[in-house]
Design a protein around this ligand. Structure first.
Ligand code: AMP
Length: 223
């Protein structure tokens, strides 16, 4: 099973992806994290991506597809995986199907209005060591600048600054939103209300996944 998390920036894809990973043992793959890692390591690919990421635009399809291709054939992806932040364009969705046809897709769209996106992203903080995601309103760390999990410092992403958030929303509408129709047409689409507490959103996602897993198991028995 391949779980594709869709939704605007700040809709909680990363947080929900972590929870799915923990409960269902599907590894979470975030192309944003893979790119940020490449930037940190100053790889040639990271150097190309850095300026684009800072501006809130999308990194070239070819680069992201290449980065993902290097990850999805690791052993831990044999049963499936959760994608956070990929695909972001229809050509990426098509490339994904071509690259790895082992899994059945389930697309989960976490819906969130623009104002909620802005409020959330401005308050998002991330641990520079373990990557744990916090929100100064709804998922507060004990100290605003220190990670509860590992004690390292928290930072605000460059692209979570107000002027870049607007650009990311524009890019989302222009390039990513078309994926909602794409997956709806394939009848693998599930919409979840993301303007609620993390646990409530996760409960709804679990209902979808449990239903899909049992449907899949039943179809295996019939074969
Ligand atoms: P994220 O952490 O998912 O919000 O991604 C941060 C930034 O990385 C985005 O604003 C893009 O610049 C880049 N990025 C991540 N995933 C993709 C993707 N699938 N396609 C293009 N650019 C991406």
């Amino acid at each position: 099973m391949r779980i594709i998390l869709l939704g605007p920036p700040g809709s909680g894809k990363g947080t929900q992806g972590d929870l799915i990973q923990e409960k269902y043992r599907f590894p979470k793959i975030s192309t944003g994290d893979l790119l940020r890692q490449a930037v940190k390591e100053r790889t040639p690919l990271g150097q190309k991506a850095e300026i684009i990421m800072r501006s809130g635009e999308l990194v070239d399809d070819k680069i992201v597809i290449r980065i993902l291709q290097q990850r999805v054939f690791f052993d831990d992806c044999q049963r499936g995986y959760v994608l956070d932040g990929f695909p972001r364009t229809v050509p990426q969705a098509k490339a994904l199907e071509k690259m790895d046809s082992r899994h059945r897709d389930i697309a989960v769209f976490i819906h969130l209005g623009d104002q909620a996106v802005i409020d959330r992203l401005e308050k998002r903080r991330i641990c520079s060591e373990c990557g744990t995601i916090y929100n100064l309103f709804v998922k507060k760390p004990k100290r605003s600048d220190i990670c509860d999990m590992c004690g390292d410092s928290l930072y605000q992403r460059d692209d979570d600054k107000p002027e870049i958030i607007q650009e990311r929303l524009r890019v989302y509408r222009a390039q990513t939103e078309a994926l909602l129709d794409y997956y709806q047409e394939r009848e693998v689409f599930h919409k979840i209300n993301g303007e609620r507490k993390i646990e409530a959103v996760f409960n709804d996602i679990c209902s979808v996944l449990d239903r899909e897993i049992s449907k899949f198991n039943e179809s295996k028995v019939l074969l």
